[in-house]
Design a binder for this molecule. Structure first.
Ligand code: G3D
Ligand code: MG
Length: 175
């Protein structure tokens, strides 16, 4: 029995892996996948965020038209939390996370829980790290969150990212 229904957002620069992360997370167990004309995919999945406690996430994955104002307001409205994703191999996408966080808070609420995600961890060995991990960690912590490195390709820490976000949303409501 799930009593929590939560809208969560995938945010961050183009090509950081937002769609790949949600596809990895959902795998074969997704319950719905439909495209709105505004270019947003909404995928639903139950998450056991603590033992025996289930929340139903509707995960909003926005496409390339995200800059349009009318789409943006629909996207952010009623959001319970967000994954803020950057690409570990492209520094610019990390730099842009601050702007994304400002926008998320402006449109979805100052206290919206989020988790900072450095994606494409599988590439770091080859390409080398282009951001300061300590900086990412302290940025996330200073903003009341945590930093997690994921790979949509290998699947590493993808479940953890969504589960962690869900737990933070629930905690922010019940404490
Ligand atoms: P977006 O939804 O944020 O725009 P996508 O990003 O999920 O469309 O991914 C953009 C590109 O990055 C895709 O490559 C995708 O395969 C790749 N990608 C996403 N996540 C990872 C990851 O964890 N590791 C690696 N190695 N690649 C990843 P293409 O070539 O299709 O553009
Ligand atoms: Mg996408």
């Amino acid at each position: 029995m799930s009593s929590f229904k939560l809208k969560v957002l995938l945010t961050g620069a183009a090509a950081v892996g937002k769609t790949s992360l949600v596809q990895r997370f959902i795998k074969n167990r997704f319950q719905a996948n439909y495209k709105l004309t505004v270019g947003v995919d909404i995928l639903t999945k139950d998450v056991e965020f603590r033992q025996g406690e289930i929340a139903t996430l509707s995960i909003w994955d926005i496409g390339g038209q995200q800059r349009f104002e009318f789409i943006r307001s629909t996207f952010y409205k009623g959001a319970a939390g967000a994954l803020l994703v950057f690409d570990l191999t492209r520094e610019q996408t990390y730099t842009e996370t601050r702007k994304w966080l400002t926008e998320i808070r402006q449109f979805a609420g100052e206290n919206i829980p989020f988790v900072l995600i450095g994606n494409k961890a599988d590439l770091v060995e080859d390409v080398g790290i282009v951001i300061d991990r300590n900086d990412a960690r302290s940025f996330a912590e200073n903003e009341g969150s945590i930093y997690i490195e994921t790979s949509a390709k290998t699947g590493v820490s993808v479940d953890e990212a969504f589960t962690e976000l869900t737990g933070r949303i629930i905690d922010s409501r019940t404490h």
